[in-house]
Design a protein around this ligand. Sequence first.
Ligand code: UDP
Length: 328
Amino acid sequence: MNVLLTGGAGYVGSHVARALAAAGHTPVVYDNLANGHRASAGQAAFVQGDVADGPALLAAMRDHSIEAVVHLAAFIEAGESVVKPDKYFRNNTIIGMTLLDAMREAGVAKMVFSSTAAVYGTPRRACIEETDRLEPINPYGASKLCVELMLAGYAGAYGMGFAALRYFNVAGADPTGGIGEDHNPETHLIPLVLQVPLGKRASIKIFGQDYDTPDGTCIRDYIHVCDLAAAHVLAIGAIEPSRVKVYNLGNGEGFSVMAVIEACRAVTGEAIDAEPADRRPGDPPRLVASSRKAIAELGWQPKYPDLETIVSHAWAWHKSNPDGYGDR
Ligand code: UDP
């Protein structure tokens, strides 16, 4: 299948494009390069364009005979979304309609949508199921939930088919090399912790040590980016007309910020200084997925569920590419 990936030159997108190509599909990367990296698209067809630009999207879909879209382009920082909600609702939500309408015009009826665990807000139970209450506590989660609701409308009215994948905390890098995480500025925990042994920062700040968790720091469910990418390939194959299928993607095990720092110490063999800091606004104390549905319905089986493996693949990428793609 010819698959257009919005935000395909980003961290997740580059891994999804590689997984699609390995499965015999033809990825076409569509990215405005505001945060993405041209080099990460490798040999895949590349179109530089903005999701806000409907005519450019339509042309890309027609030029490349696109049959499905993976919509990854988005702003993704929960903390930032609390202070800049307009940025998140405009780019993540409103512009999403431009893409859906371009798809209708081009006759493209399938989409995999990058959603997020942030749609759940502060969960009421230990392992979140897809049917749990959707009560985002930050505009990032709300901006993605709005798109999920739009998908339901478009599926019902226009017969389009969707898979919404609710990502938990994506980390790691393709162990075969060449692609990895390179955000500027970086805000995610694992790459920031690894900046300490790389000599790029003196210490890591722990945002909040007074949460209601065993060690007082926030708990998250970390998923290897290659396992996440594999789920996209399976999800494309599972899309059915007039339906929105929703899947959590995590490993079902939570690790505290302290535990992640410990894993990074173990993998790198470095001491890694950590210092307490204030809570970051918009952070729920604990987010852990049940991915039973993805395992049962998609036949998804994570290859790298172990946190130390995830960290060691991230570390291999950062050590060989201390400046990421070197294009900023
Ligand atoms: N975190 C932290 N220090 C940092 C960056 C993140 O303590 O420098 C914490 C953050 O508050 C959250 C967890 O690490 O509890 C994961 O944050 P990240 O931004 O990686 O992902 P999120 O959970 O926001 O998607």
